[in-house]
Ligand binder design. Structure first.
Ligand SMILES: [Zn+2]
Length: 1022
C-alpha cells in the first residue's frame, strides 16, 4: 500500500521543477512582462492572486497545466516552504551569497537593485564561452497547452508515472515550442541554465522529504548518497573474439547497471540519478515508454514521448549503445522513505546494499536462465551440438555462475547528516559538497581492492573434483582465465559435421569457451538475444549487425566499388567472383550502418557482392581467388581514380581501434576546476566571463568576485555599501559586514584550493554535458568515421573504424568535446536545444592500427594500455606544459608486436591537422612517399640540436629543401612545401616526454605517426 504522503512527494518534485519559468531572466530584466505570451486561462487565474513578476508567471503556467487548485498549493505553506528550500539548497555556489545581498536590499528599500545585470547571457561553466539566448516574443501558449493536454490525457494514471512523463517532456517541449535555450539561472552569474537549476531542485527534494513528510517546522537535509560501480569492465570487454561480443559486453554492463537501479528510479523518480542523468538518456526513455505501454497510457502521449526520445535522446526503437558508464551516483531519501516507496523493509545502509545486490544478481540470473535453459532450446539443434551445449550449460551451473555475475559490483554510500562532523553540520549549504567529497574518498579507498568473480564461484571445488577424477579441462581461449565448458572440434571435417554453417560465426573451429564467454556468445544469437532483451529492456530487439574486422578494413574498397558499379569491367569481374560463391551455401553477412548505406546505393551484382564476407571476396587465402580480387581492384581503380582518393581503390587489411577517455573526470566531478584540469583557475574564468557581458553592472559584479577572491574585505564592504546605501546602523551594518566576510571566505577559498564546492546544480550541468557528448560521439563515429561504436559514456568511447577515418575521428570528436558546434562555440545542438560542451576539460586518445588477422582481444588490451600511456605523456613548449590531452598512435603489423608508437598533443590542434594534410598530400601524390624517411632521418639527426639552439629557421629551410625534393609535380606544389615547412617549424619547439620520461621532439613523433599511418593505409611498410 502506498503511504498517504505518496502524492505529496511527487507534487513537491513537480513544484520544484516548475518554481521558476524557464525564461525567468527576461522577466527579471524587464524585457518582457510576466503575462506576455501566456495562455489567458492561467493569466486570468493569476490576476486575483497577489503575485508579481516571475512568480505570477509560474502561477499562470502551473494553473494552465495542472489547474488552479494545484497552483495554489504550490504557493501555500507547507509546499511553498519545501519548494523554496529546494531552490536554496540545490543552487550553485556562486549564487549562495547573491540571495543574501538581495535579501538585505529588500530590507533596506533602496530603489535600485544591487548588481542589476540587465543583459541576458549564458556561459559554458567549463570554458567561459558566452552565448546570448535571444528571447523571441513567441507565444508560450502551445507549450502550456501541449503540457496541459498531456497531463489531462494521463490523469487516470498513477501520479508517479505522470511525474515521470512530465519530467521527461517538460524541458524538450520548451525547446520545441519556445526557445532553443533557457535563460541562465541568474543573470549575474550565468554559469548554468535555468533548467539545470530546476532539475537539480527536484533532486534535492529527496533529502528534504523526510522532514516534510513528518510535517516538521524546520526542514533539514536527510538522506543518502550512493555510488555503484562495476569492476573489471575493460577486461570483460577485451575478452572478445568478435566485434559482436565486444559490443554485447559493454551493452550488458550498461543494462545491468541501469536494471539494478530501475526499480528505485521507477518508484522515486528519475531525479535520483546524478550521473548519468536521466535527461537525454536513451535507457531511461526506453524504460518510460515500456512503462506507458504497460499502463496502457493514451497513445498520443506515447507517441509524443517516443518522438521526444528520438530527438533528444537518440533513442531508435531500443537503447542500442552502452551510454551508461560502469560507475553511477544516486541521491536517495533516507531508508524510512525508501522502504515505504519500495514496499520493502530497508532498515539501514547494509540492507540497501543487500537490496541493490539482489537486484543485480537477479538480473544476471534471468539472463543466464534465458540463455542456458530456453536459449539452447530456441536454437533447434541437431543432437550432437545440442548435447555439447547442454553439457556446457550443466557444467556452468555446477560452477554456480548464475549467482556470480561476471563483473563485481561495488557500492559505497554515505548518510546525511550522520556521516558529517559536528562542524560540518553547521553549514547546510555545504552538505552536498561534504557528502560528495567523502563519497569519492571512500570509493577511492575500496577501488584498488580487486576480486575476481571466479573467486566467488565453485571453481576451486569443481576443478579439484575434476583432477581427482582424472578429468582434464582446458583454459578458455577467449578470456584465458577460466576452465572451458565447451570445446569445439579441432579437425575441420569434424567441426563442420558438428556445427551447422549458420552457427559457425558463434562457435569457432577449435575454440574452448568458459562459462562466461559461452553465455556471452549464446546471448548474441538473434533468437536468444531477443528473449534477453525482452527481459532486460522490455523490448524483443534483434542484436545490431556487426561486421567482421575484415569488413571494416575493406570498407574503403567497397565504397570505391559502389562508385564504380556501372563500369562494365567491374561488373564482369564482380559477376565472376559471385559465380564462384553462389554454389556454396554461405550465410549472408550482417550489415552495419556504413555498409548498409553502401548497400542502399548498390545495384544488382554489386549489391549481391556486398552480402559476402570480405574474407571470401577480397581477402581470400587461395591464390586463384586472390588474383581475381586483384583484378577487381584494378578495374575499380581504373574507373574511379579521378574522383576518389587512392585509399578507396586499395584492398586494405588494417582497421583502427580508437579509444577516448576524458582527463580528470573524477576531479571535475569533485569540483576541482583549476590550472591542471581546465587550464585556468575558476575565479578567473568566472570573473572574465562575467566581465565580457556588455553591461556595467556585470563588470561591477565581476569585480566583487575578484576582490572577494583576493580577500579584500574592505573593498568588498565598500562595494556592498555603494549598492545598498552608505549610511547604516546597528544590525544592518553588521549584516553587511557579515556578508562581505562570507563572500571573501567563499571565493578566496575557491581560489586557494582550486576547487569549487559542488552542488546539485553543478552536477546537473556537468552530467548533462556528458550525456550530450556521448550521443554526439556515437553520431560522429557512425556517420563521419563510418565505424562501429562499442560504448560512449560521455567522457569516454571505444570505436572500430576504417583506418582512413581514424585521425579525422580523433580530431573531430576532440573538438566537439571542448567546443561543441563551431557555430555556437561552447554549445552542442541536439534537437532544437543548445547544450553546454565540456569546455576546457581535455580528453586523451589512443589509435591502434591492427591487421584483421591479429587477435582482436589482444589489440583491444593493447589499445587500452596505449590510452593509459597517453595519459602519462607530457608536452612542453617554453613555459607551456601539459600532461594528458594526448593521442597515442600505434601500429601493430600482422606479424605481431608493436612497430611504432607516436604521441601527439591534442591541446593544440596543429599537430594532428598537419599530420592529416601530410597523409593526404602523399596519398594524392603531391609528395612522394620517400619524404617520410627523409623526415624521420633528418629530424632524428638534427631535431634535438635545433630545438636546443632554437635555430628554427634552419629547420624550416631544411624541411623546405627536403619537401621540395620530394614533390612529385615540382612547380605546382612548391607553395605547399613552403607551407608544410613553416607549419613544421612552428612545432619545432615542442618536446614530448613519454610515460617513462624519455624525451623526444614533437616533429619526430609527427614523422613517425606519418610513417605508421601510411603503412596501414597502404597495407605495407613503405
Ligand atoms: Zn572465457
Amino acid at each position: 500500500m502506498k503511504p498517504r504522503w505518496y502524492e505529496d512527494f511527487f507534487w513537491w518534485k513537480i513544484g520544484s521543477l516548475t518554481h521558476d519559468p524557464p525564461y525567468k531572466a527576461w522577466i527579471i530584466t524587464d524585457k518582457i512582462r510576466w503575462f506576455d505570451g501566456l495562455s489567458t486561462i492561467g493569466v486570468k487565474a493569476t490576476r486575483s492572486r497577489k503575485l508579481r513578476g516571475h512568480e505570477a508567471a509560474v502561477f499562470a503556467i502551473c494553473a494552465t497545466i495542472f489547474g488552479e487548485e494545484v497552483a495554489d498549493l504550490f504557493f501555500k505553506e507547507p509546499w511553498k516552504d519545501i519548494i523554496k528550500k529546494s531552490d536554496i539548497l540545490a543552487s550553485s555556489f556562486d549564487r549562495w551569497q547573491i540571495s543574501e545581498i538581495y535579501e538585505l536590499w529588500q530590507k533596506l528599500k533602496v530603489p535600485h537593485p544591487p548588481f542589476d545585470v540587465k543583459e541576458v547571457y549564458l556561459f559554458n561553466a567549463l570554458s567561459g564561452e558566452l552565448i546570448r539566448p535571444e528571447i523571441v516574443r513567441t507565444s508560450l501558449i502551445e507549450f502550456e497547452e501541449d503540457l496541459h493536454s498531456i497531463w489531462r490525457k494521463i490523469s487516470k494514471l498513477d501520479l508517479s508515472l505522470r511525474y515521470h512523463v512530465f519530467y521527461s517532456l517538460y524541458e524538450p517541449l520548451f525547446y520545441d515550442k519556445c526557445l532553443n535555450i533557457s535563460g541562465p539561472a541568474d543573470t549575474r552569474t550565468p554559469s548554468h541554465s535555468l533548467f539545470d537549476h530546476l532539475y537539480a531542485c527536484a533532486t534535492i527534494i529527496n533529502w528534504l522529504c523526510l522532514d516534510a513528510i513528518a510535517k516538521r517546522e524546520k526542514l533539514s537535509l536527510k538522506g543518502l548518497l550512493v555510488r555503484i560501480d562495476l569492476a573489471g569492465v575493460q577486461d570483460f570487454i577485451s575478452a572478445s573474439r568478435k566485434l559482436r561480443d565486444v559490443w554485447f559486453s559493454s551493452w550488458l554492463a550498461s543494462v545491468l547497471v541501469f536494471k539494478t537501479v530501475e526499480e528505485l528510479v521507477k518508484q522515486l523518480g528519475p531525479d535520483i540519478l546524478i550521473r548519468p542523468t536521466a535527461r537525454h538518456n536513451p535507457f531511461y526513455y526506453n524504460f518510460l515508454l515500456r512503462w506507458l505501454e504497460e499502463a496502457k497510457a493514451d497513445e498520443e502521449v506515447q507517441k509524443k514521448l517516443k518522438e521526444i526520445g528520438e530527438k533528444y535522446a537518440c533513442l531508435k526503437d531500443w537503447p542500442q549503445h552502452a551510454v551508461i558508464p560502469a560507475t553511477i551516483d544516486l541521491l536517495l531519501p533516507p531508508c524510512e522513505v525508501l522502504s515505504r516507496l519500495l514496499g520493502r523493509e530497508i532498515r539501514n545502509e547494509d540492507e540497501l546494499v543487500q537490496y541493490l545486490h539482489e537486484r543485480y544478481v537477479n538480473c544476471w540470473k534471468n539472463l543466464v536462465s534465458r540463455s542456458l535453459k530456453e536459449g539452447i532450446k530456441r536454437l533447434r539443434l541437431k543432437e550432437e551440438l545440442k548435447g555439447k551445449l547442454e553439457d556446457a550449460a550443466r557444467k556452468s551451473r555446477d560452477y554456480g555462475i548464475e549467482n556470480i555475475p561476471p563483473l563485481i559490483m561495488r557500492i559505497v554510500m554515505l548518510s546525511i547528516p550522520e556521516d558529517l562532523s559536528p562542524e560540518e553540520r553547521e553549514r547546510e549549504q555545504w552538505y552536498y559538497d561534504y557528502a560528495f567529497r567523502r563519497l569519492s574518498e571512500r570509493f577511492k579507498s575500496i577501488k584498488p581492492l580487486k576480486i575476481h568473480p571466479a573467486c566467488l564461484t565453485n571453481l576451486t571445488k569443481v576443478t579439484e573434483d575434476m583432477w581427482r577424477d582424472k578429468n582434464r579441462y582446458r583454459i578458455c581461449t577467449v578470456c584465458g582465465k577460466f576452465p572451458s565448458v565447451l570445446d569445439m572440434p579441432h579437425r575441420e571435417d569434424e567441426y563442420s559435421e558438428v556445427v551447422p554453417s549458420d552457427l559457425q560465426v558463434y562457435f569457432d573451429l577449435g575454440e574452448h569457451l568458459c562459462s562466461y564467454c559461452f553465455i556471452k556468445r549464446l546471448a548474441t544469437h538473434p533468437a536468444i538475444f531477443s528473449s534477453i532483451a525482452k527481459e532486460l529492456i522490455g523490448y524483443p530487439a534483434s542484436p545490431l549487425g556487426f561486421p567482421s574486422t575484415s569488413s571494416i578494413a575493406t570498407y574503403p574498397l567497397m565504397k570505391g566499388l559502389v562508385e564504380a558499379q556501372d563500369d562494365e569491367d567491374v561488373k564482369k569481374i564482380v559477376n565472376e567472383i559471385i559465380k564462384q560463391l553462389e554454389g556454396l551455401r554461405i550465410p549472408s553477412i550482417t550489415y552495419w550502418n556504413a555498409l548498409r548505406e553502401l548497400r542502399n546505393k548498390a545495384k544488382d551484382e554489386v549489391k549481391k557482392f556486398l552480402r559476402y564476407d570480405a574474407e571470401l571476396t577480397l581477402l581470400p587465402e587461395e591464390r586463384e581467388v586472390q588474383g581475381r580480387a586483384e583484378k577487381l581492384r584494378k578495374a575499380v581503380k581504373e574507373s574511379v581514380q579521378d574522383i576518389l582518393d587512392p585509399i578507396f581503390t586499395r584492398i586494405n587489411t588494417y582497421y583502427a581501434i580508437v579509444r577516448a577517455d576524458g582527463d580528470y573526470i573524477g576531479c571535475l566531478l569533485s569540483g576541482h576546476l583549476n590550472q591542471e584540469t581546465i587550464g585556468t583557475n575558476y575565479i578567473d574564468l568566472l570573473a572574465s566571463s562575467i566581465e565580457s557581458i556588455p553591461d556595467e553592472e556585470a563588470k561591477k559584479f565581476a569585480r566583487l568576485i575578484r576582490e572577494s577572491a583576493n580577500n579584500n574585505i574592505r573593498v568588498v564592504k565598500r562595494m556592498l555599501h555603494s549598492e545598498l546605501g552608505q549610511k547604516m546602523e546597528g544590525t544592518l551594518e553588521k549584516e553587511i559586514e557579515r556578508t562581505a566576510g562570507r563572500l571573501c571566505e567563499l571565493f578566496s577559498e575557491v581560489l586557494k584550493e582550486g576547487r569549487i564546492p559542488v552542488t546539485p546544480a553543478y552536477h546537473a550541468t556537468l552530467s548533462r554535458a556528458l550525456m550530450i557528448t556521448a550521443l554526439k560521439d556515437i553520431k560522429t563515429v557512425q556517420e563521419e568515421a563510418k565505424g562501429i561504436i562499442v560504448y560512449a559514456g560521455g567522457d569516454d568511447f571505444l570505436a572500430f573504424v576504417p583506418t582512413v577515418f581514424a585521425l579525422d575521428l580523433v580530431f573531430k570528436s576532440r573538438r566537439h568535446y571542448s567546443i561543441g558546434d563551431l557555430e555556437h562555440r561552447g554549445f552542442h545542438r541536439m534537437g532544437n536545444g543548445l547544450f553546454m560542451s565540456l569546455g576546457k576539460a581535455s580528453r586523451s586518445y589512443s589509435i591502434t592500427f591492427g591487421h584483421f588477422k591479429y587477435p582482436m582481444s589482444q589489440l583491444l588490451r593493447l589499445s587500452h594500455e596505449f590510452l593509459k600511456l597517453a595519459k602519462k605523456t607530457r608536452v612542453i613548449h617554453g613555459a607551456f606544459e601539459r600532461t594528458k590531452d594526448m593521442l597515442l598512435l600505434a601500429y601493430c603489423p600482422r606479424g605481431g608486436g608493436v612497430k611504432a608508437e607516436s604521441a601527439l598533443p591534442l591541446s593544440i590542434e596543429e599537430p594532428i591537422k598537419l599530420l592529416i594534410s601530410l597523409v593526404s598530400s602523399i596519398e594524392n601524390n603531391l609528395l612522394s612517399h620517400s619524404v617520410i624517411y627523409d623526415l624521420i632521418r633528418e629530424i632524428k639527426k638534427y631535431g634535438k640540436e635545433i630545438k636546443r639552439s632554437e635555430s628554427f629557421s634552419i629547420i624550416e629551410n631544411m624541411l623546405r629543401y627536403l619537401l621540395t625534393k620530394n614533390l612529385v609535380v615540382k612547380k605546382k606544389a612548391e607553395h605547399a612545401a613552403r607551407l608544410f615547412a613553416s607549419e613544421l617549424k612552428k612545432l619545432a619547439g615542442y618536446t614530448i616526454f613519454d610515460s617513462e620520461g624519455n624525451e623526444e621532439t614533437l616533429l619526430y613523433y609527427i614523422a613517425l605517426a606519418l610513417w605508421a599511418t601510411m603503412a596501414t593505409l597502404r597495407g605495407r611498410e613503405l
